[in-house]
Design a protein around this ligand. Sequence first.
Ligand SMILES: [Zn+2]
Length: 141
Amino acid sequence: MAVDESGRTFGIVAVDAAARPVAEAWGTRLRELGRPVQTWFGPAPPLDAWLTAARVGYRLLLAGPEADLLALRARAGVLLDAEITLYVTDSRERVVRCARCRTATRTAAAVLDCAGCGLRMAVHDHVSTVHGAHLGSWSGA
Ligand SMILES: [Zn+2]
């Protein structure tokens, strides 16, 4: 995946091993261009510190499982969509937010019981970038 070269400074996150080659390719390209790059390998990057120090022209590049990327995307709410690049390595699991009790449950199922209130819920394609989760609501069964 081509890197967004329009930024001035960059934060790169590879959440898991599958994401590492993509993140390393991004970092290599940006260093060739002489751009400052911060890189983090693992699921818990210091996003708050990065974003506090970020200035105009900052770009955040995230690679990893969809459920993790949506959570990181939600934490990076101060950035515009155009300032964030997501590279999904695995979309089998999703985080589902219960419409009744707001509990987030990570699952690969299309229908599940809410971990918070037990509601039998269906997973919708609708994704909240604010909450970093898919919507789950009563499955009707
Ligand atoms: Zn619930």
